[in-house]
Design a protein around this ligand. Structure first.
Ligand SMILES: Cc1cc2nc3c(=O)[nH]c(=O)nc-3n(C[C@H](O)[C@H](O)[C@H](O)COP(=O)(O)OP(=O)(O)OC[C@H]3O[C@@H](n4cnc5c(N)ncnc54)[C@H](O)[C@@H]3O)c2cc1C
Length: 467
C-alpha cells in the first residue's frame, strides 16, 4: 500500500494565512481528470501567478486525462461534435469579480492570465487559429476537444494520480481517497474534495454486454463496428445522451430506432439567448422559485434533445418513439424491452437495447466512508437523497456542515445555477470552488469569502464544519 501525499508547493510566506487546523499545504482533490479538474488546475495556477495562495489541484483518474471525450473511453466515438460553443472553454465566462471589485487591477490580471488557457490559445499554440476562423469557426469534434483539454492540463501542470477511487473518507483536516491502480493500492490526502464525471452510464436496465448495453458499452460497440445483423434498436432515454446515440444509429449507421421516453414526445431543448444566459451567468437564479428553476432545467437540459440533434434526426424517417418507462428486458433473440405507461405494460422486440438514461450524480455516495456518509446525511437533513443534496449546495458548490469541504458541481444546478454540472461556465465554477480555499487579502475580502462559503464570521475561506 502506497501513501501519497504530494509534496507542498513553494509558497510565499504569509504568516496571516488563516487555514486554522486544516492541512495548509494539502492539495484540493478531484475524482476524475476531466474538464472540471483541468479548469481548476488552470485557475489555481493563474491565482498563484497573480499572487494569491491557491492550493495545488490533484486529480485521481482511472483512465487518462480527458478520457470521456475520446473514442473507446467515453460516451462518444470521438467524431461527434461538441454541443457547446468551444469559446465556452475552461475560463468562460472570464468574469473574475469573485476575486474583487471590477476596477481592482487583480481582477483584470486574473482574466488576462486565464485567457492564455482558452480554446483560441490552444489553436494558436499549434498554428491553427487562422484556419479555424477562415473555415467559419466549426464546432470541434470530441477528439479535438480532448486534445485541447490535454494541452491545458499540461500547461497548467495538473498533477494526475493514476488509479480508480474506491473509497473517500473525511476527517477534521481533510479528505483521504483510497484508489487501486495496476501497480497496487494507494491513498492520497487533500484539504477538500470535488467529485466530477456523470457516474455510471445507464441505470434503468441491467446491461449484459450482448443484447442490452449501457451508453459506454454502446459507444465501444459503435467504435468497434456495429454488426450488420443489428437492424432495429430500442434506445431508452430522452436526454442528450440518448439523442447522440439515436443520431449515430439512425443517421450514421442507418438502423431503425425506437426511442422509449417517459414523456409524450422527443422534446427539443430551449436554446434562446434568454435561456443560455442563465447557463453562462446565474445572476438572479437563486431568486427564482424552486418550481420555476425546475421547469427551466426540464425545458433546457433534462429529457430534451439539442436543436443540433433534432436537426439531424429530421433528415431521416428511421426514428419512432413510444411513451413509456423501461421496467426490464426479456432475454432472447430478438431481445424485448418491457415498459410501463399509463397503468399498462408492453414489450418492444429489437436486435439490441441501449440504456441511454445517462449518469447518476449520486454515484459517489457508494465511495463514502462511515464518517463522511454520516456527516453528509446529517448535513442534508437526515435522509441522503438526490433532492436533499441538491437543495443543500452552497455558493462554493459544496454541502455545508461537513468536517471538510465536499464540492458537488454535478448536483449544483438547482441551488446555484444550471451551468455548473456541464461546460457552460467552468471559469465561474473554479472561482466559486477556489474562493473557499484561498485566504482573503483584506477584511473586505474576508466578507466576500464568507459570502461564498455561506458562513458568517468564518475564520478562513477554507471552512470547517464546526466553524
Ligand atoms: C460525450 C459527452 C459529450 C458532452 N458534451 C457536452 C457539451 O457539448 N456541452 C456541455 O455543456 N456538456 C456536455 N456534456 C456533459 C457534461 O458537460 C460533461 O459530462 C462534463 O462537463 C464533464 O466534465 P467532468 O470534468 O465533470 O467529467 P468527465 O469529463 O466526465 O471526467 C470524469 C473523469 O472521471 C474519471 N472517473 C470516473 N470514476 C472514477 C473513479 N472512481 N476513480 C477515478 N477516476 C474516475 C473518468 O475516467 C473521467 O475521465 C457531455 C458529456 C459527454 C459524456
Amino acid at each position: 500500500m502506497r501513501d501519497l501525499v504530494p509534496p507542498p508547493l513553494t509558497r510565499s510566506a504569509d504568516p496571516a494565512r488563516p487555514h486554522g487546523g486544516s492541512e495548509p499545504d494539502a492539495p484540493l482533490l478531484v475524482i476524475g481528470a476531466g474538464p472540471k479538474a483541468i479548469a481548476l488546475a488552470v485557475k489555481a495556477k493563474v491565482l498563484r501567478e497573480a499572487g494569491l495562495d491557491a492550493p495545488e489541484v490533484v486529480a485521481v483518474e482511472r483512465d487518462r486525462t480527458a478520457a470521456h471525450w475520446r473514442e473507446g473511453h467515453g460516451w462518444t466515438n470521438g467524431r461527434q461534435s461538441l454541443g457547446t460553443l468551444p469559446e465556452k472553454d475552461l475560463g468562460f465566462p472570464y468574469d473574475a469579480t469573485t476575486w474583487g471589485d471590477p476596477h481592482d487591477p487583480l481582477v483584470a490580471e486574473i482574466v488576462r492570465l486565464t485567457t492564455g488557457y482558452g480554446w483560441a490559445g490552444h489553436l494558436m499554440s499549434r498554428g491553427g487559429y487562422a484556419r479555424w476562423v477562415d473555415r467559419g469557426r466549426p464546432q470541434p469534434s470530441h477528439r479535438e476537444w480532448a486534445d485541447y483539454l490535454d494541452w491545458a492540463a499540461r500547461e497548467a501542470g495538473l498533477r494526475v494520480v493514476s488509479g480508480e477511487v474506491h473509497g473517500a473518507e473525511a476527517d477534521d483536516d481533510g479528505w483521504t481517497l483510497r484508489y487501486t491502480a495496476p501497480g497496487g493500492r494507494g491513498t492520497v490526502r487533500g484539504r477538500g474534495l470535488l467529485v466530477s464525471g456523470p457516474g455510471p452510464s445507464g441505470t434503468a436496465l441491467t446491461a449484459d454486454d450482448d443484447r442490452v448495453l449501457d451508453t459506454a458499452g454502446f459507444w465501444r460497440l459503435a467504435v468497434a463496428g456495429l454488426p450488420r445483423r443489428i437492424r432495429h434498436v430500442v434506445v431508452v432515454g430522452s436526454g442528450e445522451t440518448a439523442g447522440t446515440v439515436v443520431r449515430e444509429l439512425a443517421v450514421a449507421q442507418e438502423r431503425e430506432v425506437t426511442v422509449v421516453t417517459p414523456r409524450a414526445a422527443l422534446y427539443s431543448r430551449g436554446e434562446s439567448p434568454f435561456e443560455n444566459r442563465y447557463y453562462s451567468d446565474p445572476t438572479g437564479w437563486t431568486a427564482l422559485t424552486e418550481s420555476d428553476r425546475r421547469e427551466f432545467i426540464r425545458r433546457t437540459d433534462r429529457a430534451v434533445f439539442s436543436l443540433d440533434v433534432q436537426h439531424d434526426l429530421a433528415r431521416t424517417a428511421r426514428v419512432t418513439w413510444c411513451p413509456g418507462r423501461a421496467t426490464g428486458t426479456r432475454p432472447g433473440s430478438p431481445v424485448a424491452l418491457v415498459y410501463a405507461y399509463g397503468g399498462r405494460s408492453g414489450e418492444i422486440e429489437a436486435d439490441l437495447v441501449v440504456d441511454a438514461t445517462g449518469g447518476d450524480p449520486m454515484w459517489f455516495t457508494g465511495l463514502l466512508g462511515p464518517r463522511a456518509r454520516t456527516a453528509l446525511t446529517a448535513a442534508v437533513g437526515g435522509t441522503l437523497t438526490r433532492a436533499a443534496v441538491e437543495g443543500a449546495i452552497d455558493r462554493s458548490l459544496a454541502v455545508p456542515g461537513l468536517p471538510a469541504p465536499l464540492h458537488l458541481p454535478n448536483l449544483a444546478a438547482l441551488a446555484q445555477g444550471p451551468g455548473f454540472p456541464n461546460l457552460s461556465s467552468l471559469g465561474l465554477l473554479t472561482d466559486r470552488v477556489l474562493r473557499a480555499h484561498v485566504p482573503p487579502r483584506s477584511p473586505a475580502d474576508l466578507a466576500g469569502a464568507c459570502a461564498v462559503t455561506g458562513r458568517t464570521g468564518a475564520p478562513a475561506p477554507y471552512y470547517r464544519g464546526d466553524a
